[in-house]
Design a protein around this ligand. Sequence first.
Ligand code: ADP
Ligand code: MG
Length: 253
Amino acid sequence: MTAMVKAEGVHKSFGQVEVLKGIDLEVATGEVFCLIGPSGSGKSTFLRCINHLEKINAGRLYVDGDLVGYRQKGDKLYELKDAEVALKRRDIGMVFQRFNLFPHKTALENVMEAPVQVRGVSKAAARERAGQLLERVGLSDKAGNYPSQLSGGQQQRVAIARALAMDPKLMLFDEPTSALDPELVGEVLDVMRQLAEEGMTMIVVTHEMGFAREVGDSLVFMDGGVVVEAGDPREVLTSPRHERTQSFLSKVL
Ligand code: ADP
Ligand code: MG
């Protein structure tokens, strides 16, 4: 099976500060890959590198077999042009802690936006598909609501539907439930769980250890820009081998 994401010695610095210090990992197609670690350990930066929002300084990063940011010809590498990067990014859905919906558009219009603007899909077709996606995230009855008329959990489910509208082959979730009131976390995790069951490849940065344990196929604990420990979520969470993992888990579990 091909890896959906493969990182080999990935380094990323901001000025003098080295944030990713050689990340090696592999995300198999169809798997739910959970990424945990303390604040500042480089989790968001790593997701942003996968999604072409940051350029790595050293190492290799592949998405679906293609080198991120470069085209390979023989043994030469050519930097991708902006238009080429934009094409690659279409295949990757991203969901943030803050939902980032367009405030002046309804739930339905938010979901329709990218297919119409980026893909050139007809409005009628995009509207129909958006309706189906809102149904999938349990929000058929909220299609006409503006973000301000939706709860945080509902907004996040619209954000997931919006990402799915581009038919991504990979979904990145960056602490999707961290900004939610506790009673709204479950409805978002349920949608993610359903997506996992449908076979979506997902990288999920989360503090929801229950989700990682029940839904995750792999779990990586990052600290200080390195992968400290990786393995089956149930094993890592129940019997972490490294002191740093133990210490982190004792604070969050
Ligand atoms: P995490 O998501 O694990 O909390 P981040 O990837 O957001 O960690 O951040 C890792 C480190 O990189 C932090 O120290 C942060 O301040 C720094 N950092 C992230 N983005 C930038 C940036 N654009 N410029 C400078 N420093 C950054
Ligand atoms: Mg982060």
